[in-house]
Design a protein around this ligand. Sequence first.
Ligand SMILES: Nc1ncnc2c1ncn2[C@@H]1O[C@H](COP(=O)(O)OP(=O)(O)O)[C@@H](O)[C@H]1O
Ligand SMILES: [Mg+2]
Length: 282
Amino acid sequence: MRSLAARFRRLRPRVVGLLGCLTAVLAAAGLAASGPLSDAEKEEFLLRARVVSRQIIPIGVTASERATLTDGRLTHAAHIQTIDQTHRRLRARKAVYINLRDSYEFNIAAYRLDRLLDLRMVPVSVERSVAGERAAVTWWVDDVLMMEAERRSRGVKPPDLAHWNDQMQQARVFTQLVFNTDPNLGNFLVATGWRLWMIDFTRSFRAYKRLPEPELIERIDRRVYRGLRRLSRKALRRETEGYLTGPEVNAVLARREQLLHLIDARIAAQGEPAVICDLPGH
Ligand SMILES: Nc1ncnc2c1ncn2[C@@H]1O[C@H](COP(=O)(O)OP(=O)(O)O)[C@@H](O)[C@H]1O
Ligand SMILES: [Mg+2]
C-alpha cells in the first residue's frame, strides 16, 4: 500500500495549483488569501497604486477628494487631502487661533501616533504625490454606516451603548492628545459592527502644552493607557519625522503627561474598574 507521504507528493502540484487559483480569485475580489490586508500592505498599495479617477467630496470644507486606485490586482478607494496652509486667524469651537497650520501632513502624523498607541481607530495614511501635488492618501473606510453627526441627528441608538460610549471615550482621549481644533462629528465614522473610525486631523497638533478640554476625559482602554505610558520621545520623533516639528512633538508629550496625570487621579478617586475599560482588539 502506498504511503500517505507518497500520495501527498503526487497530489501536491494539484493542491498548489488550486491554491494559486484561489489566491488570484480572492485578490481580484480585493481580498488577500490570508485575510484582511495588514497596515503595511495597505501602505504599500496607497503608495504604489495608480490613481484611476478622482472626485471632489461635496461635504467637508477643504474640497478633499475620493479617488479610485488600482494596482492591477486590487482596486480600492482612497481619500486625497492636499491642503497645506496657515490661517493667520481662525475661529473654531468658540476659540480664535492665530497662525493655525492646516495641513495634510497631520493626517499621516495622526495615523502614525494612533499605531504607536495601539489605538487602531485612524485609517492608514501615507504621503505621496498625486498629479504633481503632495498629498495625504488615506485608506477609504468603505463599510461606513453613518457619520456620528448623522447618528445623533437621526437618534440612532447603538445596540451596545456601553461599548459605543467606551469607543467614543478613546476618540476623546486621542482628540485631546493631538489637540484637534476641528473634532466635528462628521469626522467620526460609524462602520459595520459599530466600529468607530476617526478621520481629518488637518487642524490638529497645535503646539500648546495644555489639554483643550480635559473635562471630557472619563475612561480609557487598558491598551491605550499602556500605549500612552510607553510612548517615548524617540519613537514619536522617528514615526512623525517630516510631519511634526520639534515644538509639536514636545506638545504631544506634555499633553500625554497631563492625560496620564488626570487618568491616574480618577483611578485613585473612583477605582480602576470605573476608569479603565477593555475594548475588544481590532
Ligand atoms: N478615509 C475615509 N474613509 C471614508 N470616508 C472618508 C474618509 N476620509 C474622508 N471621508 C469622507 O469625506 C468627508 C470629508 O473629508 P475630511 O477629511 O473630513 O475633509 P474636510 O477637511 O473637508 O472636512 C468626511 O466627512 C467623510 O464623510
Ligand atoms: Mg472633516
